[in-house]
Ligand binder design. Structure first.
Ligand code: ZN
Length: 244
């Protein structure tokens, strides 16, 4: 039992009893942490709005037997431009939900924290149609599910790649398409996915909304849902951020 410091981003919250709250945080050094905030729902609470979803906070925790207790919280960033724009807020809630689903409790994953923070900062600076799909693709890649994009996952052929197989996590050629859980993939969408995962993320994020971005978005969402084995709630509607 003891105290520890970390920084984190609030992913979601629940009520606990009359005045307390449970928060899920993606922390820098302790993975996903589920902690209790005491008295947060009282009007005089010293925590105020600091422990609501989509706040980056610096924290002091007291280690509990089951759940840790937040004893101090200071805001690092509120991501105001995201909160004030419904379109960006919906995207942020998709990022938070995917992170919440993918992160393991108390399993340090500094890269995931940095990715989430980077995604939210990018969204604060600029609304990008490709932000959520790019985040999903990078997230899957970082977690060890880097898709095979240069050759057919079925036969190794490098030409005529026309679909993406969710189960195998790679592209398929014409001859191999239609098997398993595959979705069609246009050359432009394949090119965009290669840019997202191949080092031109910033350039790719500048792509305006359109059919290619929409196609990549559908594919990235299906790939993420396939991996999580569940549907994402916060897509495509906003509103999942209404914390207690
Ligand atoms: Zn093939």
């Amino acid at each position: 039992m003891g105290l520890y410091r970390d920084q984190g981003i609030v992913l979601r919250t629940w009520r606990l009893g009359e005045s307390d709250r449970i928060v899920n945080l993606m922390t820098e050094r302790h993975g996903k942490v589920r902690a209790v905030v005491k008295g947060v729902r009282k009007t005089k609470s010293r925590f105020g709005a600091r422990l609501e979803p989509l706040v980056h906070v610096s924290l002091l925790f007291y280690e509990g037997r089951e759940l840790d207790i937040v004893t101090q919280a200071e805001v690092v960033e509120f991501f105001r431009p995201v909160r004030e724009d419904l379109s960006r807020l919906a995207k942020a809630s998709a990022l938070l939900e995917a992170t919440d689903q993918l992160a393991q409790e108390r399993h340090a994953n500094g890269r995931l924290f940095v990715m989430l923070l980077g995604g939210l900062r990018a969204l604060s600076a600029h609304d990008s149609a490709l932000l959520v799909p790019a985040f999903f693709l990078k997230l899957l890649s970082t977690e060890g599910f880097h898709p095979l994009l240069d050759e057919c996952a079925g036969c190794g052929d490098r030409y005529g790649l026309t679909s993406f197989d969710l189960a195998q996590g790679g592209v398929l050629c014409v001859a191999c398409s239609g098997r398993g859980d595959s979705v069609s993939l246009s050359p432009a969408a394949l090119d965009l996915i290669r840019r997202v995962l191949g080092g031109d993320l910033v350039g790719a994020l500048g792509m305006p909304a359109g059919p290619t971005v929409a196609e990549v978005e559908r594919l990235a969402t299906r790939a993420m849902e396939h991996h999580l084995e569940r549907r994402l709630r916060s897509l495509p509607v906003a509103g999942a951020l209404a914390g207690e």
